[in-house]
Design a protein around this ligand. Structure first.
Ligand code: GLU
Length: 428
């Protein structure tokens, strides 16, 4: 019997994983919630968890089964919203935590969505394009009973992209009998996607990072940047920081770590990764570093833009940065947060720093509903304004209440969610 009433019985305490980090973050904000704390248990339980079997026929005629998930953490403020991840380490705990962080994120930047997330435990590199398409379609069909343009709207995340969203949109539309562009965001432009969506997460990371740098008197020209993850988030934000005159001194991805004291040529690095699949061996690097030495790199801004639980109690004391700018979801554990705080390192939390992606997803969803599409300039201007405002209002609350930016962002997010919860009231 599970005696920890705050932990759903389908997660045992030994498997709590990233969900445990999220619960700790909720515990930390609870004392500030006032009378809304009566509803806080809501935040500690996903509204709905769906686990699906995803069988596909392989190219060689054999059958393989994958495990897929879609978790709707909260829908008090609107439909569920959040990405779909294909990764060999996907677990229920991870998808639950990611869905909950979407609830906080969407509320913190005030887009009218709840929080959701999906994933399949698979290494997509082991599948052919045809197998990948069949897996994506079968998964979409299986979660089709709970998604929809007014119910829950998936989007890209780790190892999923515009093509994945096109297959998901098509599968859902085939099952419905009519084309439904608003069921997913992050689609190709020709299928109702939004200009600027592909770069939106990285652009938002840059905008919020520049704003955070400004508050501590750090100039971006000449600033030293270290990035973990060189995909859609790390790659785009590295490029924007470099264009603004910063020096991207270190980049780490799944296969290697490259360093250059005077700054790597980010465009050349991007071209190298397109050709070789990883930063490993990039000839423009001064040094190919060991994975672990990444945490010792002398920098001003460190951008973890890969997976969760990267900055932990075992490396937080080594980090030589002024700002941690969370491009990934959940890269810093609560214990590491405390160490960084004591060391005077400013942590700009994921739920603000990487909210640019879902913000432009919201713009895409609105454009799909009105069948009227905005210019890229208009998207980028609205994104920049919204991200700056969200960061600054969270910063003011942090100063006012003398709490971390993370707790302040959780305070804004939880307050909006729980106010909606209270106003709607319990059914029946
Ligand atoms: N996967 C992205 C995130 O973690 C975007 C989600 C979305 O656009 O719905 O925020």
């Amino acid at each position: 019997m599970n005696t920890h009433h705050e932990i759903p019985s389908y997660l045992t305490p030994t498997e709590i994983g990233p969900w445990g980090d999220y619960i700790e973050q909720i515990e930390r904000v609870t004392p500030y919630l006032g009378s809304l704390s009566r509803w806080v248990e809501t935040m500690k339980r996903p509204k709905r968890v769906l686990i699906v079997d995803v069988p596909i026929e392989r190219d060689n005629g054999t059958i393989t089964h994958f495990e897929g998930y879609r978790v709707q953490h909260n829908t008090s403020r609107g439909p569920g919203k959040g990405g779909v991840r294909f990764h060999q380490n996907v677990t229920l705990s991870e998808v639950m935590a990611l869905s909950a962080w979407m609830t906080i994120k969407n509320a913190a930047v005030n887009v009218p969505f709840g929080g959701a997330k999906g994933g399949i435990r698979v290494d997509p590199k082991t599948l052919s394009l045809g197998e990948l398409q069949r897996m994506t379609r079968r998964y979409t069909s299986e979660i089709g009973i709970i998604i929809g343009p007014n119910k829950d709207i998936p989007a890209p995340d780790v190892n999923t992209n515009e093509q994945t969203m096109a297959w998901m949109m098509d599968t859902y539309s085939m099952n419905e009998g009519s084309t439904s562009t608003g069921v997913v965001t992050g689609k190709p432009i020709s299928l109702g996607g939004s200009l600027g969506r592909r770069e939106a997460t990285g652009r938002g990371v840059f905008v919020v990072g520049a704003e955070a740098a400004n508050t501590i008197g750090l100039a971006i020209p000449g600033a030293r940047i270290a990035v973990q993850g060189f995909g859609n988030v790390g790659g785009v934000s590295a490029k924007l920081f470099a264009e603004a005159g910063a020096k991207v001194v270190a980049v780490q991805d799944h296969a290697g770590t490259v360093f250059h004291e005077n700054g790597l040529d980010v465009s050349a690095l991007q071209a190298y990764v397109t050709a070789h699949g990883s930063v490993a061996g990039f000839p423009g690097a001064e040094e190919q570093m060991s994975r672990d030495n990444f945490w010792d790199v002398q920098c001003d801004i460190m951008i973890p833009a890969a997976l969760e639980q990267q900055i932990t109690e075992s490396n937080a004391h080594r980090i030589r940065a002024k700002i941690i700018l969370e491009g990934a979801n959940g890269p810093t554990t609560p214990k590491a947060d405390d160490i960084l705080h004591d060391r005077g390192i400013l942590v700009v939390p994921d739920v603000i720093a990487n909210a640019g992606g879902v913000t432009v997803s919201y713009f895409e969803w609105v454009q799909d509903f009105s069948s009227y599409f905005w210019s890229e300039d208009e998207i980028n201007q609205r994104l920049t304004r919204l991200m700056r405002d969200a960061f600054n209002s969270v910063r003011h609350i942090a100063e006012d209440k003398k709490v971390s930016l993370r707790t302040a962002a959780f305070l804004v997010g939880c307050t909006r969610v729980l106010q909606a919860r209270e106003l709607r009231g319990l059914y029946p």
